[in-house]
Each structure stands twice: as C-alpha cells, then as structure tokens.
Ligand binder design. Structure first.
Ligand code: NAD
Ligand code: UDP
Length: 338
C-alpha cells in the first residue's frame, strides 16, 4: 500500500495532520529531526488513532536518510511541514533559515525526483503577502515578504513554480496558512513552544495557566474597531483536514495551485482574549504596550478559492479554538515534557 511522507510530522501542525490522514484510512510515514518537537507527540497520535505511526528521526537535508526512506517505503506523495518558523530568530540567524527551509526543501525535492515521487503539498504562509494592501487577501494579491522567514517561504514557492514549469508531471499544492491555533479535541496534542511564546494564543494560554503574569497587547492605536491588531485564526484541525483535501485535489487535478487557508473572519487581540477568558472561566490580566515592530494592522483571508477547489471549509470558530487550546494547556502545563 502506498504511503504519504509527512516531513515535520512530530510538530504542531504535522501531528494534527497525521491524525487526519490516519483517520481517513491513509498510510503515513513521518520524518522529523525533533529539533522543535518531541517523540511524545507521535506516541500521542498513536493513542488517538490506535495505529502504529512509522517514524524516522532524521533531517530533510540528509540525502542518505531520504534515499533510504524512499527506498524502504512505497511513498507516492509528500506533505512537507519540516522547517523553522520563528520570525525573530530568522532576522538574527537568516542563514539558518535559508539552509533549513530553502536548502532543506531543495534536498527533499531532489530525493523525490530520484525516487520518481512528484506530488508535494508545501506549508507556506500568509506572511508571503507582507503588508497587505487590503483585506480580505486573495491568492492574487501581491507578495513581498518582510523578513528572512517569509522570504524563505516565498523562495520555496518560486522554486516549486520553476520546477513545475520545467516538468509539468509534478503536482504541487502551495498552502498559505493564516494563524493556526487550537489543539486536538482529545487534549493529547497541541502547540508546545520553546521558552516564552511569541504568538498570541500560546502566550494567552500561559497567562491563563499562571506561567506568565499578564498579556502584553501590542498596540491599541491601529485603525481597527478596538484599535488592536486583527488576524484570521484557524483551528489546527481544520488546517490539518485541508491537507487531506489538497492531496485529493492534486490527484483530481494534476497541476500547481496556491490556496489560502483561513476562515475569512478576522478577530482582534481583545476579541481573542475575551474568548479565552470564556474558555478558561476567569478574567486574564493584560497591559497595552507599544506596537511590535513589523506587525500589520489587519490580515485575514479570502478563502473562497480553497473552499471551492479543495472542497474544504474551516468549520471551527474562535470559541472552540480557545476551548481546545485551554484543554491542551491545562492538561499539559509543561507541554510534552509532562
Ligand atoms: P513546528 O516547529 O511545530 O513543526 C515543524 C517540525 O519540523 C518540527 O517537528 C521540527 O522538529 C521539524 N523540523 C524542522 N527542521 C527540520 C529538518 N531540517 N529536518 C527534519 N525535520 C525538521 O511548526 P508548525 O507550526 O507545525 O509548522 C509547520 C510548517 O508550517 C512550517 O513549515 C511552518 O513554517 C509552516 N507555518 C506555520 C505557521 C504557524 O503559525 N504555526 C504559519 C504558517 C506556516
Ligand atoms: N500579539 C500581542 N501580544 C502578544 C503576541 C501577539 O498583542 O504577546 C498580537 C500581535 O501584535 C498581532 C496578533 O496578536 O496583532 C497575532 O500575533 P501572532 O504573533 O500570534 O501572529 P502574527 O503576528 O504572526 O500574525
């Protein structure tokens, strides 16, 4: 039976994707170097699905590991999550990001070419839109990343577009995620950031659990209804389901395609805080501080293309995103270290 290779499958989004693929009756094999994940997430996926998940600890930049992987397993497609994602770190260590994200993807594509596997779903990001001219953002909006992380995503998109132009036998899905949050409803897997979180939802979660004293709201003077930044938060399980649909789409329509993955609904920082307070049952302390440099006032998707072409729609709202994040955080205060 053919399998889908899930690179970065031990990570936040990858582990949720593993669950969706296995629960829809598909065989997977996971490759992850565990640089930002724990093997415990794979064990948790096994508990949720009641299935054994073949796992290889290794790096996408390692040609020997990839060669053996494609030799040992009958792989017909790749869902490519592996990569680094911290914007601030990418500014400080750009080469690390270009090596992991761009060179890593190049090595992966070479190994796929050698193995005759020409179907790939790539984790891109709404960050490729840079400072959007207007919202909602459709796939035809101009791109222009504003930091090395974003540029690494754009470079990979361009590399894959050039690859398709040279060989139309490739089937390539470029998925531009908006803001993935939430956790699996079982409370077994979720986001487990290292150190102090940069992103809003894990930060609020840690305030709610008492690990951090208060939320800093980065600016309340944006041209938005309550003055705080607006984003399109998407439940990670909805996002994971979109990957199953993207692979089905590529099997139906052998081509390259770009899709935005968001709900189309924007929420402000204060909206998210309020929804989280409802989920955890108490008021959470916050302070308004200066804007964070590089932040845009608002970013939310026009998900129409994904809705139509992938036959997919985000189902879960902000209440469930917060409730599931809280279930994961409150049952695993130390993440997978618990
Ligand atoms: P994550 O860090 O939880 O998962 C990435 C996984 O890849 C980790 O398990 C890590 O150990 C692994 N990895 C990293 N470099 C590797 C390498 N060279 N070889 C093998 N494994 C490697 O991150 P995530 O939030 O699950 O993100 C998954 C993908 O989605 C990333 O490519 C990220 O850039 C992209 N993305 C994430 C977000 C977000 O906000 N979470 C938004 C847009 C796009
Ligand atoms: N934000 C905030 N305090 C935090 C983290 C984030 O006010 O501690 C705000 C941030 O300014 C933005 C929104 O929350 O308006 C989402 O930020 P996040 O870092 O989660 O996502 P991104 O900015 O990458 O879209």
């Amino acid at each position: 039976m053919t399998r889908t290779l899930i690179t970065g499958g031990a990570g936040f989004i990858g582990s949720h994707a593993c669950v969706e693929f296995v629960q829809t009756g598909q065989e997977v094999v996971v490759l992850d170097n565990l640089s930002n994940a724990s093997l415990r997430s794979i064990h948790a996926v096994e508990r949720i699905t009641q299935k054994n998940i073949p796992f290889v600890e290794g790096d996408i930049r390692d040609a020997d590991v990839l060669g053996k992987l494609f030799h040992d397993h009958e792989i017909d497609s790749v869902i490519h999550f592996a990569g680094l994602k911290a914007v601030g770190e990418s500014v400080e260590q750009p080469l690390k990001y270009f090596d992991n994200n761009v060179n890593g993807t190049l090595r992966l594509i070479e190994a796929m070419t050698n193995a005759g596997v020409k179907t790939i779903v790539f984790s891109s990001s709404a960050t490729v839109y840079g400072t959007p001219e207007h919202c909602p953002i459709s796939e035809s909006a101009p791109t222009g990343a504003v930091n090395p992380y974003g540029r690494s995503k754009l470079m990979v998109e361009q590399m894959l577009q050039d690859l398709f132009a040279s060989d139309p036998a490739w089937r390539i899905s470029l998925l531009r995620y908006f803001n993935p949050v939430g956790a699996h409803a079982s409370g077994e897997i979720g986001e487990d950031p290292n150190g102090i979180p940069n992103n809003l939802m894990p930060y609020i979660s840690q305030v709610a659990i008492g690990k951090l004293p208060f939320l800093r709201v980065f600016g309340d003077d944006y041209p938005t209804p309550d003055g705080t930044g607006i984003r399109d938060y998407i439940h990670v399980v909805d996002l994971a389901r979109a990957h199953v649909q993207a692979l089905k789409f590529l099997r139906r329509e052998p081509r390259i395609a770009i899709h935005n993955l968001g709900t189309g609904q924007g929420y402000s920082v204060l909206d998210v805080l309020k929804a989280f307070e409802t989920a955890c049952g108490r008021k959470l302390p916050f302070e308004i501080t200066d804007r964070r440099s590089g932040d845009v006032a608002e970013s939310y998707a026009d998900p129409t293309k994904a809705n139509c072409e992938l036959e997919w729609r985000a189902e879960f709202g902000i209440e469930k995103m917060c409730a599931d994040s809280w279930r994961w955080q409150s049952s695993h205060p130390e993440g997978f270290a618990d």
